[in-house]
Design a protein around this ligand. Structure first.
Ligand code: NAD
Length: 253
């Protein structure tokens, strides 16, 4: 399918995992894709592999926790492409997640860092992308959330708070700029076996997670990429303000 022909899309957090698969899928659908990531080397490798397949993709260094970096990234997108039609904010600080415990125990620097990237960073991307989208009559914004926002777990407090906050940000954006053509949605993935998790996620934990789904398998990055592509395309034209679970039926809403 080439549903994004002629569109310009930015993916923040796409050097690996879900973001990399999404950048690939959006380019396959015809979009000119710009990747921003703290891991510039990884982002450049993804962009090069997309270009090898005939897609249009470039990569820039961008730490979404740093407003100057986000501003510079969006400026570069505007210089190169004249505007923006789609924004996928996907980055999260997955290292902080390893020390993210409970309300009594979590180091406050882990809480602050998690919110700085996973929530404030998403606000910064939104704030600096909207002025590139509104003059084109609107566009689609997709945030990567997580089922963790709604699971009510006894651990991963900061992560759950950041992802819940993302839902509020998304609903705000959908409401505030809906009549100006902006659609905003969040995808809440279940367990997605990325290249990192493939080697480090214990088999028993995989089995236990799979047992909680209504599916015969766990998620692949391409499952999330497919939903982002749909939401970015005209097939998603009447979908906005939603948290969409892509999780093999782990959560039934
Ligand atoms: N894999 C899963 O099972 C799963 C489940 C639910 C939600 N998610 C969400 O999906 C998203 C992607 O996760 P993933 O599993 O693909 O992990 P990943 O680590 O492969 O991807 C995260 C990307 O974000 C980048 N990044 C991190 N901090 C950044 C920053 N400050 N600025 C810019 N880029 C930054 C990383 O370099 C990396 O390229 C995250 O938002 C995560 O919370 C993942």
């Amino acid at each position: 399918m080439r549903r994004l022909e002629g569109r310009v899309v930015a993916v923040l957090g796409a050097a690996s995992g879900i973001g990399a698969a999404t950048a690939r899928r959006l380019a396959e659908e015809g979009a000119a894709v710009v990747i921003g990531d703290v891991n510039l080397q990884g982002a450049q490798a993804v962009a090069a592999s997309i270009a090898e397949q005939g897609g249009r993709c470039s990569a820039l260094a961008c730490d979404i926790a740093d407003e100057d970096a986000v501003r510079a990234f969006m400026h570069a997108v505007a210089e190169a492409h004249g505007g923006l039609d789609g924004l996928h904010v996907n980055a999260a600080d997955m290292r902080a997640l390893q020390s993210d415990t409970d309300a009594l125990d979590v180091p406050l620097e882990i809480f602050d860092r998690t919110l700085a990237v996973n929530l404030r960073g998403h606000l910064l991307c939104t704030r600096h992308a909207l002025p590139l989208m509104l003059p084109r009559g609107g566009g689609a914004i997709v945030y990567t959330s997580s089922g963790a926002a709604d699971f009510g777990e006894g651990t991963r407090l900061s992560y759950a708070v950041s992802k819940s906050g993302l839902h509020a940000l998304m609903r705000h954006v959908a409401t505030r700029w809906g009549k100006e053509g902006i659609r905003a949605n969040a995808i809440a993935p279940g367990l997605v076996i990325t290249e990192q998790l493939r080697d480090h996620f214990p088999e028993e934990a995989r089995e236990a997670t799979l047992a909680l789904t209504r599916s015969r398998r766990l998620g692949e990055p391409e499952d999330i990429a497919a939903m982002v592509a749909m939401l970015m395309s005209d097939d998603g034209a009447w979908i906005t303000g939603q948290v969409i679970g892509v999780d093999g039926g782990a959560m039934l809403r």
